[in-house]
Design a protein. Structure first.
Length: 233
C-alpha cells in the first residue's frame, strides 16, 4: 500500500468517526428529556450572562437546560437584530458554549420541537410546568407570568442585588455618564452589575467620568435604580 493510500484511509476513518459522533449526539439530543428540578434558561438570561458567573461558583446544582427554541431566537437576533441586539445575542451564544464547557455544572441543549403561536416564552412555561423545573430570566413580563402560574423563577436581577455589596446614601463612587436622563439636566450611568445611576446635573458630563455621592436608591421589580449628586469639581 502506497503512502497516498494510507493517507486516504486515515482521512476516511477520521471523517467516519466524526460523522458517527455527530449522529449519536443528535440522536441523544432528540431523545433527551428534562430532568425534574432542572433550571431552564431563557434568551434574556443568556444574553445578560451573569448566570454563567453564578454557575461558575458551583452554587447551582441543578441541571441547566437550554431549549433549541432559545438557541434559535439567539441566532435570529444575532443575524437580523440591530447592532446592540446582535452584539448581545452573540454574547448569549458564547455563554451557551461556556456553560457546556464548564466542569462545575451540566448544561444540555434539548430539542423542544416546533414553536406554536405562543412563541418561546410559552414553550418555556410549558416545559417548566411539565417537568417541575425553574426558569432563569431577566425578562420582567416572563417573570410575572411565571409567578402567576406558580412556576419557580430565578430572577437574575434580584439575585445580583442580593449578592452584591449594597451602596448606601452617602457612599461616593466614580461613574461614567453615558446618556441623558428623563429630566433635562440629568445624566445616566451604570454600575458594573447594570444598576442605573441617575446623576443630578450630569447632562453636561455625558461621555466623561465624574465623582458622585449616592443620595437615595429605589428598588423595583425590574431592578434597582440609584440617584446621585456630583461631588468635587
Amino acid at each position: 500500500m502506497s503512502i497516498f493510500d494510507i493517507i486516504v484511509v486515515i482521512f476516511t476513518t477520521i471523517i467516519l468517526v466524526e460523522t458517527s459522533y455527530l449522529s449519536v449526539k443528535k440522536w441523544r439530543q432528540r431523545r433527551l428529556k428534562v430532568a425534574r428540578g432542572s433550571l431552564i434558561l431563557d434568551t434574556s438570561a443568556l444574553m445578560d450572562g451573569r448566570i454563567v458567573d453564578v454557575a461558575e461558583t458551583g452554587i447551582i446544582t441543578a441541571e441547566i437546560i437550554i431549549p433549541n427554541s432559545v438557541v434559535g431566537e439567539l441566532q435570529l437576533l444575532a443575524d437580523k437584530g440591530d447592532q446592540q441586539k446582535r452584539s448581545r445575542a452573540r454574547h448569549g451564544l458564547e455563554n451557551i458554549k461556556n456553560l457546556q464547557h464548564s466542569t462545575l455544572i451540566t448544561a444540555t441543549i434539548i430539542n423542544d420541537g416546533e414553536l406554536d403561536s405562543g412563541g418561546v416564552d410559552r414553550r418555556l412555561l410549558d416545559l417548566a410546568n411539565k417537568y417541575d423545573a425553574s426558569i432563569a430570566t431577566t425578562d420582567f413580563n416572563l417573570n410575572k407570568v411565571a409567578k402567576v402560574s406558580d412556576i419557580p423563577v430565578v430572577n437574575v436581577n434580584e439575585l445580583a442585588q442580593m449578592m452584591r455589596a449594597q451602596l448606601l446614601p452617602g457612599d461616593q463612587i466614580e461613574i461614567k455618564v453615558i446618556q441623558s436622563g428623563q429630566n433635562r439636566d440629568q445624566g445616566v450611568g451604570y454600575l458594573d452589575d447594570g444598576t442605573m445611576v441617575v446623576v443630578d446635573h450630569g447632562y453636561k458630563n455625558i461621555g466623561s467620568k465624574v465623582s458622585v455621592e449616592i443620595t437615595r436608591s429605589l428598588q423595583t421589580e425590574a431592578g434597582r435604580m440609584m440617584f446621585a449628586k456630583k461631588v468635587g469639581k
